[in-house]
Design a protein around this ligand. Structure first.
Ligand SMILES: *[C@@H]1O[C@H](CO)[C@@H](O)[C@H](O)[C@H]1NC(C)=O
Ligand SMILES: *[C@@H]1O[C@H](CO)[C@@H](O)[C@H](O)[C@H]1NC(C)=O
Length: 431
């Protein structure tokens, strides 16, 4: 490859600005209007092309989803579930532990027992989890749709959803996860249920985009912040919260991500800054081996999935640490561990279709999530090898999307890449 890294980045940024410009001012313009001279690198040309396409797709998908969110009149509330948590308080959130099944040796099956890696479909009978995730998605999409269209209806709906979930006396959720990842037959939920709240950052980062709208309700936001402060207190002080923070695998990493975004949103910037780099250092040192293997994930039966899943959280931590002035992307631990090594470790197996992966792995080698990481990796470390790998792996990811992951969102990843390259205002990715 003839292009040096800096030049590649400059070209990416140029390409992005160009495609945004074209979209804004000349929506009908076709590809042949884009002539950037001096590019004879086929991988890079392909990259730019894909990228431009992603911008179009991102906008149309985003507006579609926001319109769906706008039109949806169902109630989103924890109070709808057919079965109460042991507290008997309908406002307590409850979700069922994913990998737990009735004990065949007990007449009533209670308490349920663990079969790691095998999801029990019974978890779908209690909707709190899926509604919570829907709330995060909807508010996020509404916020970003407002950002791109300046249509106030989106903001009005987002405010409505926030009020409904967090504030209205009839429908609100209590600010705790005491019964998340609940095992039937026990008294309390488990620390691992805290991961239910994981994508809250997606909602939190879209809220500031809506504040300029005349439909944004500052008194609602004030009450929402009180809710979040109480929830953060719960997260920080209860034994469920403390145990989750201390877990060494993806649960601990995602706890940190959640905590940093909450602190930041609550205006506790100094705490967020300190938390972000301490967490980054700790998770890289403890969660990655000098080879790049993530040992706490590779011991799970779905070892490939959890390796990419934890890496996503590490990317979020790295991005946050960089935002607060610490270069977590390139931090190297005392034994040579780093996030980049974790990427490269997985990359070699991705390219061999998982051949030689030395761990138990019952769910195959799903590429879609890894490819998203790789697209970001190229932005962070503009190395030709990532670009070449993307040419090979992207079609596999696309095929997976077509076959099984219908909801997978590339437009999302586009926003994520874009925000990494620009001002990070739109950072949103890695669901
Ligand atoms: C509205 O959202 C709820 C909760 O996710 C979902 O069950 C329902 O199908 C949605 N309705 C429409 C019309 O999309
Ligand atoms: C805002 O979006 C809604 C839903 O798509 C649409 O009905 C309405 O006309 C839009 N308003 C403006 C001012 O464009």
């Amino acid at each position: 490859m003839g292009l040096n890294n800096q030049k590649i980045l400059v070209l990416i940024i140029f390409g992005t600005i160009y495609s945004i410009f074209m979209w804004t001012f000349a929506p009908g313009v076709k590809d042949d209007h884009l002539h950037i001279s001096n590019i004879n690198d086929k991988f890079y040309a392909n990259y730019l092309d894909t990228f431009r396409q992603q911008h179009y797709n991102m906008l149309s998908n985003l507006i579609n989803k926001a319109n769906k969110a706008l039109k949806n009149d169902s109630v989103y509330s924890v109070t709808l579930k057919p079965q109460l948590a042991p507290s008997n308080d309908p406002h307590d959130y409850m979700s069922l532990a994913r990998y737990f099944w009735p004990d065949p040796n007990k007449p009533d099956g209670l308490p349920y027992m663990r079969k790691d890696g095998y999801s029990n479909p019974e978890i779908e009978t209690i909707k709190d989890y899926s509604l919570l995730r829907k709330l995060f998605d909807d508010v996020e999409n509404l916020g970003f749709a407002y950002y791109f269209t300046r249509n106030d209806s989106y903001v009005e709906k987002a405010v409505y959803r926030i009020k409904e979930w967090f504030i209205n006396p009839k429908t609100r959720m209590n600010p705790n996860l005491n019964y998340a990842s609940f095992i039937k037959g026990q008294d309390l939920g488990r620390r691992t249920g805290i991961i239910d709240m994981r994508p809250i950052y997606r909602m939190l980062q879209s809220i500031p985009l809506m504040r300029s709208s005349r439909k944004w309700d500052h008194s609602v936001e004030k009450k929402f912040k009180i809710w979040l402060s109480k929830y953060y207190f719960w997260l920080e002080k209860t034994s469920i919260g403390i145990d989750e923070k201390e877990s060494t695998n993806n649960h601990g990493t995602y706890y940190d991500v959640q905590a940093i975004y909450l602190l930041s949103y609550l205006g506790r910037e100094e705490e967020a800054r300190k938390y972000s780099y301490e967490a980054l250092i700790n998770r890289v040192n403890e969660g990655i081996l000098p080879t790049g293997q993530q040992p706490h994930e590779t011991k799970r039966p779905t070892s490939w999935y959890y390796s990419t899943f934890n890496l996503q959280a590490l990317f979020l931590l790295a991005e946050r640490s960089q935002y607060f002035g610490f270069d977590g992307w390139n931090y190297v631990g005392p034994e040579g561990q780093s996030i980049r090594k974790a990427v490269d470790y997985l990359l070699s197996f991705a390219l061999s279709n998982g051949k030689g992966w030395p761990f138990k792995n019952i769910n195959g080698f799903e590429m879609n999530n890894f490819v998203k990481l790789l697209e970001l990796a190229f932005v962070i470390w503009p190395d030709d090898k990532y670009l070449e790998a993307l040419v090979i792996l992207r079609p596999k990811a696309k095929l997976e999307q077509a076959l099984e992951y219908k909801d997978t969102e590339w437009e999302d990843n586009y926003l994520c890449i874009w925000s990494l390259m620009t001002n990070r205002q739109l950072w949103t990715c890695l669901k």
